[in-house]
Design a protein around this ligand. Structure first.
Ligand code: NAP
Length: 258
């Protein structure tokens, strides 16, 4: 069997490494959105498939026996497409999704926002000096509401848009530790941290640092996932391997076909 891993996350890279070690043929797929992505082990393809039709064709033409959607929790479109394309081609689909941060003990103190626009409006009222960690894609939602604020915008790649005068771009990528995050918050006198509920440990330290320093936290809720009944869901790469291996010996309705 050949497994297609829809990637762009550390979990996807861990899964690819486990599959390579287990000698299970794997192709990892990246959107191509990041200029110098961290690369998974094993075979790689880069770029969009061309919507549901393109993904369905790819699954058929490449004889893909199972798909693991290990994309970021905020990458909703590719997950939607995977559900439909896998259903159409009868390809088993597993969702490898990392738990969010809402179970953290400090989560009840956060200001939850339904989307980036709402997060920008809330942050604008909460403080004057903002650490913005929601990524390059949605910076435009913050530019208007925070145009007069002092903002440190942390991103992996340079954004295409013009940033306001009081904004500073910080190009960096995780993982980060708590000490470094505390220093960043303190050095810039940050009074509001804006993040999205990405979950995972890679970028979690900022929440701990903010809690220690009493910095207000604004968190964008996760987008609604496609019908969760459409795909099995696990939360670790190891569980994904177990699911795949179980399916390869017993190709029942919930396991991958061989
Ligand atoms: P998205 O809105 O769900 O997807 C937009 C389009 O990008 C999809 O329709 C698809 O194009 C293509 N695409 C997305 N992921 C792909 C993949 N793994 N392989 C091939 N094509 C893919 O996704 P996004 O939010 O732009 O995120 C893009 C990628 O970055 C994802 O793979 C995700 O795991 C990673 N990432 C996203 C975030 C985030 O905050 N959104 C953070 C970290 C990493 P076609 O329709 O043409 O197939």
């Amino acid at each position: 069997m050949t497994v297609l891993v829809l990637g762009g996350t550390s979990e996807a890279r861990s899964l690819a490494a486990l599959l390579v070690a287990a000698r299970i043929p794997v192709v990892s797929s990246l959107a191509g959105a990041v200029r110098q992505p961290r690369l998974p082990q094993g075979e790689l393809r880069v770029g969009g498939f061309g919507g549901v039709d393109g993904l369905a064709s790819y699954l058929t033409q490449q004889l893909i026996s199972a798909v693991v959607d290990a994309t970021h929790p905020f990458a909703a479109r590719i997950s939607d497409n995977a559900v439909i394309a896998c259903s159409r081609t009868c390809t088993p689909l597993l969702r490898l999704g990392r738990p969010g941060w809402s179970d953290r003990p400090d989560a009840h103190t956060w200001h939850w926002a339904d989307d980036h626009d709402q997060a920008a409006a809330v942050a604008a009222h909460l403080g004057r000096r903002v650490l913005l960690t929601t990524g390059r894609q949605h910076l435009d939602a913050f530019v208007g509401p925070l145009a007069e604020h002092s903002v440190v915008a942390r991103v992996v790649d340079e954004p295409d848009l013009q940033l306001p005068a009081f904004w500073r771009l910080l190009r960096d990528r995780g993982p980060y530790d708590v000490t470094r995050e505390r220093t960043l918050l303190q050095d810039n006198n940050i009074d509001v941290l804006v993040t999205k509920d990405s979950g995972g440990s890679y970028t979690e330290s900022k929440l701990e640092a903010a809690a220690q320093l009493g910095v207000a936290v604004v968190v964008v809720r996760r987008p609604t996932r496609p019908d969760s009944a459409a795909a099995h869901e696990v939360s670790t790469p190891e569980e994904a391997v177990t699911w795949l291996l179980a399916g390869s010996v017993d190709a029942g309705p919930s396991g991958p076909r061989t």
